[in-house]
Design a protein around this ligand. Sequence first.
Ligand code: SF4
Length: 319
Amino acid sequence: MIKLSAGTAHLLGMKRLKTDAPPTTAYLMAGEGCQNDCSFCAQATSNLANKNELARIRWQEYQTEDIISNLSQAAAKKDLQRICIQAVDNPQAEESITDFLDQAQVDLPVCVSKSINSLAEVDKLLEAGVDRVNIALDVVDPEKFNQIKGGSYQERYQLLEAAANRFPDRISTHIIIGFGETEKQVVKLLTQLKELKVKLGLFAFTPLRGTELAKQSRPDIDNYRRVQIANYLIYNHDFTLDQFEFKADKLTAIDIKKQRLKDLLATGKAFETVGCSGCNRPYYNEKPGGVMYNYPRSLTSQEIEEAIKESRLIEDGRE
Ligand code: SF4
């Protein structure tokens, strides 16, 4: 079973939808109902959430042959830069991915995000033609990781690290801001991931009806903006952990002149969706017209100014 995100189905001409931000990656979901019981996820089989949801997005099943043929056309028209397959953890999902990869001869890089337990599994996917494999950490705080996802953060991180070392530039990960992690924990992790050449997809926690964390709030926007700025400086301007200052583990200043920081942020890139190349995930975390955690497009100059202000970093930063 392969489902498409509503935006992807619209882009492929398979669904009507009003949107101001078409996806630049085709988002596919393999399978339905996940035996991992992450307490934030609508796909966990232990909850009663709608299984046509993942993040804020609605998904719908289509015939694999139709998907492939429409993907080929979209690729030929240069409407897409990548295909991303998110698989739930169940045996049917495994089959769906294998079938799709066997059948799809689409001229686009493919990344796969699934429950990975060994380097051999990563190798198998890369051998099958996958461009990048995503090993999601999701939760940054090790203790919260165990409560929210189950299992050991350390083991997951070690697998990610080993995969990144064995398959350089082929590994991605996701982290979600808003599970009570500190900004210092996040910034430290970002510097480690950059060092490992792991591409990072940054998400804001989104409470979903029917999940265990349905009543938990989203992260504060100032917190999210500071993480985005740190991420941008680390990944694009080689900033290191010692260039960030924290008070009570909150990012309060960056070792850079205020004007220079403003200049670096003036493109607005820091506030755009980050992830594998070509990934913009429109409205994964945002309601259209609501708080824009990740912008799926370039920002206007007014939006850039607002986002910088929201971070509350420049006022407190150095002259
Ligand atoms: S960063 Fe984007 S393209 Fe890469 S695995 Fe995550 S959602 Fe898919």
